[in-house]
Design a protein around this ligand. Structure first.
Ligand SMILES: NC(=O)c1ccc[n+]([C@@H]2O[C@H](COP(=O)([O-])OP(=O)(O)OC[C@H]3O[C@@H](n4cnc5c(N)ncnc54)[C@H](O)[C@@H]3O)[C@@H](O)[C@H]2O)c1
Length: 353
């Protein structure tokens, strides 16, 4: 049995506590928040749970094997470092930290101590996202031309990070997973309408190896809740719609085919493009709540000493991309290169491996 203490009981933390409580191999002992009024709500929801406003008490609790950090990103580094130094495994929410240096320091600390450090990139546990990964890997959709993500809603409005750090972090983790590598450059524009200087809307374009474009539109100032990604491949196109709980993935057998015109001697128009408009396939996607699967994976990593899928290397790449996005926005959309120590795979591997 793994004992977990949770720090941060705002909007998201209680979901993590609930998911761990549902697992047969885990139990939640202490929930911590700086705000007593949040703890009052928690005590009503989970009778008998211990609560504290002191994060050190949750971390140093001798009963705890692991700590969950679900606070705003600015406190992730200090709380996670403190928990790792106390010998606890940590699941910290995304984005991992505010700087690459902090991410790397925490990653090294976890490795040195033989502790699991996982990051809450929950879409890596979404079965629709995994189904699209399978379609890409099997070569079904061919080489990818571009990907377009929309992640909008009216609220929740954050006052700690902008829309791309809050929402786009998910899409970046998904793109990196699907394509098997991080982006090499970004151009982005953001605008603040509500609460200076935090951008409520960000439109960013990431360049991945092989000329693959990854576009992300994020906003909490939008009338519709949309969680949708379109993948345009050379052979087929796929739409993932997280709001469709039953049929989240659709594969469109559509493409533009190039045909060589035999009796055309003029080089202009020697190849003809034709639209292929075929069937729409709805593949079966297994059920399973992504957050529950993420929590279960964390417990399994602790029990078996295995490296998490949602590891710090992948999470650090996301932070690198987010920092470059901020820089591009500051410089009114100029292209900013993204330095990545990880070697990018050959472009054809993206489609056919
Ligand atoms: N994976 C997801 O889908 C997902 C969804 C929502 C939020 N998140 C992430 O979860 C984290 C928290 O987001 P939220 O929406 O719950 O924020 P929130 O502002 O609603 O809640 C954060 C809570 O942390 C508490 N807190 C802050 N510093 C603390 C400290 N030092 N010790 C104890 N408590 C402290 C605050 O009092 C607050 O109640 C963020 O990193 C966010 O990106 C992830």
């Amino acid at each position: 049995m793994i004992t977990i203490n949770c720090i941060g009981a705002g909007r998201w933390g209680p979901n993590l506590a609930r998911s761990f409580s549902n697992l047969p191999d885990a139990r939640v002992h202490i929930i911590c928040d700086l705000r007593e009024q949040r703890l009052e709500v928690i005590r009503k929801r989970i009778p008998g749970i211990e609560t504290t406003t002191d994060a050190n008490r949750a971390i140093d609790d001798p009963q705890a094997d692991a700590v969950v950090v679900a606070t705003p990103v600015q406190s992730h580094y200090a709380l996670t470092k403190r928990a790792l130094q106390a010998g606890k495994h940590v699941l910290v929410e995304k984005p991992l930290c505010s700087s690459v240096e902090q991410c790397e320091e925490l990653s090294a600390l976890a490795d040195d101590r033989g502790l699991i450090l996982a990051v809450g990139h929950v879409f890596l546990f979404n079965n629709g996202i995994r189904k699209v990964y399978e379609l890409i890997q099997s070569g079904t959709i061919g080489c990818i031309n571009y990907i377009h993500a929309t992640r909008t809603n009216l609220g929740p409005i954050r006052d700690d990070v902008n829309a791309v750090w809050d929402l786009g972090a998910h899409d970046l983790s998904i793109f990196d997973y699907w394509l098997g590598c991080p982006p090499v450059a970004v151009t982005a524009r953001g605008e603040c309408y509500l609460n200076q200087p935090i951008d409520d809307v960000v439109v960013a374009s990431y360049t991945y190896p092989g000329k693959v474009l990854g576009c992300v539109h994020t906003s909490w100032l939008n009338p519709r809740k949309v969680r949708e990604i379109t993948v345009v491949g050379e052979r087929k196109m796929v739409v993932w719609n997280d709001m469709d709980l039953i049929e989240p993935v659709r594969v469109y057998d559509k493409s533009v085919d190039f045909a060589r015109e035999q009796d055309y001697t003029d080089s202009f128009g020697a190849t003809r493009m034709s639209i292929r408009d075929g069937d729409v396939l709805i593949p079966k996607v297994p059920g399973g709540e992504p957050l529950q699967l993420e929590c279960q994976h964390f417990i399994e990593c602790i029990l078996h000493g295995t490296k998490p899928i949602n590891n710090t290397a992948a999470a650090t790449q996301v932070v690198r991309s987010l920092l470059a996005t901020d820089e591009s926005m500051r410089r009114c959309g100029v292209e900013v290169p993204i330095e990545n120590p990880v070697r990018a795979p050959e472009p054809e591997l993206v489609a056919t491996a």
